[in-house]
Design a protein. Structure first.
Length: 243
């Protein structure tokens, strides 16, 4: 029967020690060594390099996430003048455009004008709807350009629209449409009547804190016309002559 030495036997074989030369556990030397060990402050366990690396990566990721959020806040721009929308024929501010009022602030509002040929561009066959990019101008209006470049807004010195401002603009567009319908209902609405009716419409749309102003009234301009200024929260009644 073969006998395989255990680990302690292997250690004794590798480094034989005469037990007679070793101090016992109750010896003065052993007690002094124990006291020295117990009196020594323990140093904190070193953090393994892998754990430190993971911690650094986690901190770096948090910083990058914060910077990304800040960048998104900086590059977007709110639509502060939702009363109008511009559809451009080319990817530049110098190109021809179609101006719209009372339309939803979305690229789809420009699609019909490409489909019927009102808007054309040599880069796309007539009647074709090109890829469209929405930007906000420096005066807070919504502008739509034909382009496949996702960075077009920045290249034009504009900015992508802030989504929350588009949601906030929907009630204002509804108000504008109600006012336009009202002033279109009669070719000559008397100015005093128009002022009263505009206030009623504002109240109905929950914006009674808006201001109504009336331009200079003259005998030759007895009829009321509309100037809608949402960025100033103002409806301006403009006196005009009869048709």
């Amino acid at each position: 029967m073969n006998h395989e030495p255990d680990a302690f036997e292997q250690l004794r074989a590798a480094d034989p020690v005469d037990p007679a030369t070793v101090d016992g556990p109750d010896s003065p030397r052993a007690r002094a060594l124990l006291s020295s060990i117990l009196a020594t402050d323990r140093t904190p366990e070193a953090v393994p390099e892998r754990r430190r690396r993971r911690r650094r990566l986690a901190v770096a990721a948090a910083i990058l996430a914060a910077l990304a959020a800040a960048a998104a806040w900086i590059v977007t721009r709110p639509v502060t003048n939702p009363a109008s929308l511009s559809c451009y024929e080319g990817p530049t501010l110098d190109s021809s455009q179609v101006g719209l009022v009372g339309r939803p602030l979305e690229v789809a509002s420009c699609v019909p004008f490409w489909a019927d040929g009102t808007l054309t561009n040599p880069a796309y066959p007539p009647g074709t709807v090109p890829p469209l990019v929405a930007c906000v101008t420096d005066v807070g209006t919504f502008a739509v350009f034909p382009s496949e470049d996702p960075n077009l807004c920045e290249e034009l010195g504009l900015a992508p629209p802030d989504p929350q401002s588009i949601d906030d603009a929907a009630p204002i567009i509804d108000l504008e449409n109600a006012l336009v319908d009202y002033f279109s209902s009669d070719p000559c609405i008397p100015i005093p009547q128009a002022a009263d009716d505009v206030q009623r419409i504002l109240d109905e749309h929950g914006v009674s804190d808006w201001t109504i102003t009336v331009g200079e009234q003259r005998p030759d301009r007895p009829c009321a016309s509309l100037s809608f200024e949402p960025e100033r929260r103002t409806v301006r009644i403009v006196p005009i002559p009869t048709e």
